[in-house]
Design a protein around this ligand. Structure first.
Ligand code: ADP
Ligand code: 3PG
Ligand code: MG
Length: 396
């Protein structure tokens, strides 16, 4: 990466505007259920504090669409950050209003102010120029470390970088290194595992992996579009009937390039979309009417574990089944366990639901890298330019 990072700039006694991705999941009591994104940005925050900065933190949370809504307040994040850092993080009541201005105007070295949810202002997602300038007027330096939001060209992720000296933080640096190294120049053999809901969501990722991977292992609901394209019945499984040609093209391309593309040989199917629904195991060509494929079956799990042996790099996106329901999480959990145990293999996980599933499996710390980006990591893998990174100055 050739972008300016916080190591390259002088932040001593400066007001630093740090864009983070604190878009964390909350439960009904507004308690944070996964702190990964907060913990991931602590090295940057600590570095800036150690180098005598005055910190103004900014993030979105959820999609409040320009309205101030209590359930989207960053209050739980301010509380968690204060606990993690062992010092007070003051939450401004607004973004660039009276309270934010008052709290950020007379800061001392080491002070930390968190602005309220930047999406409470409709101009954030419009990348409004005036709003960008107003945000920039709060600080002297702009630092982006919101990797998960880098695929959005918004005022606080892209717009305001025009008006201040800019740099990126350690999380962005780490993500680009992990995703970039693994996928630009993967140590071979390089195998990719693709699951999740739709082929159409992942077409860019698939195209990119077809250029690099030695083997593609398919699972999740996406498998049923491939089944249908091959002429098998899928019952009530999620299936994109308008993407059958696309699925055939992908299979043909893999064949032409000599890439082994593996499709599940059996499935765990269920009657209804509910956790305790009746279920059974069937072969690839045996899904009856009225049943839905919700997970890869035990034979497929065995086959996939066998096929993954010897890999030196693995990229995984997309749960292999409806892993939110315990009885359909076996495929995802078994593959996570397999990756965790593979010797000398770089394992990279991208995608919001995939990261959540691996975290839930308890094996997150056994993976080389789990991206904090959902959409951002996929767009990066597709080879798209991310506006939140493009806007940061290049090193001389
Ligand atoms: P990611 O966010 O990691 O990119 P996706 O959003 O593509 O992944 O897919 C994740 C979703 O797909 C999860 O909610 C999961 O339950 C669902 N899913 C995976 N397999 C199935 C299946 N066989 N039937 C229904 N839903 C599935
Ligand atoms: C994410 O969770 O993927 C990021 O925080 C971006 O959120 P968004 O999809 O609402 O822009
Ligand atoms: Mg998802």
């Amino acid at each position: 990466m050739n972008k300016v990072t916080i190591r390259d700039i002088n932040v001593d006694n400066k007001k630093v505007f740090l864009r983070c991705d604190f878009n964390v999941p909350l439960d009904e009591k507004l308690e944070i259920t996964d702190k990964t994104r907060i913990i991931a940005v602590l090295p940057t925050i600590k570095y800036l504090l150690e180098h005598n900065a005055k910190l103004i933190l900014c993030s979105h949370l959820g999609r409040p669409k320009g309205e101030v809504k209590k359930e989207f307040s960053l209050a739980p994040v301010a509380k968690e950050l204060s606990a993690q850092l062992g010092k007070e993080v003051k939450l401004a009541k607004d973004i660039i209003g009276q309270d934010a201005r008052a709290l950020t105007s007379n800061m001392n070295i080491g002070d930390i102010v968190l602005l309220e949810n930047v999406r409470f202002d409709i101009r954030e997602e419009k990348n409004d120029e005036e709003f960008s300038k107003e945000l920039a007027s709060l600080a002297e330096i702009y630092v982006n470390d919101a990797f998960g939001t880098c695929h959005r060209a918004h005022a606080s992720t892209e717009g305001m970088a025009k008006y201040l000296p800019s740099a990126c933080g350690f999380l962005i640096e780490k993500e680009l290194k992990a995703l970039g190294d693994a996928l630009d120049n993967p140590v071979k053999p390089f195998y990719a595992i693709l699951g999740g809901k739709k082929v159409s969501d992942k077409i860019g990722v698939i195209e990119s992996l077809l250029e690099k991977a030695d083997k593609l292992l398919i699972g999740g609901a996406m498998a049923y579009t491939f089944y249908k394209a091959m002429g098998y019945e899928v019952g009530d499984s999620i299936c994109e009937l308008d993407k059958l040609d696309m699925a055939r093209e992908i299979m043909q391309k893999a064949k032409d390039k000599g890439i082994q593309m593996l499709i599940p040989i059996d499935n765990k199917i269920g009657k209804e979309f509910k956790p305790d629904t009746e279920s059974k195991i069937v072969k690839y060509n045996e899904i009856p009417e009225g049943w839905e494929g919700f997970d890869i079956g035990p034979e497929t799990i065995k086959m996939y574990i066998n096929e993954l042996q010897g890999a030196k790099t693995i990229f995984w996106n997309g749960p292999l089944g409806l892993s939110e329901f315990e009885q359909f999480a076996n495929g995802t959990n078994s593959i996570a366990k397999c990756l965790a145990e593979l010797p000398n293999c770089t394992t990279i996980i991208g995608g919001g639901d995939s990261a959540a599933a691996v975290t839930k499996s308890g094996l997150a710390d056994k993976m080389t890298h789990i991206s904090t980006g959902g959409g951002a990591s996929l767009e990066f893998v597709e080879g798209k330019k991310l506006p939140g990174i493009e806007c940061i100055a290049e090193k001389n």
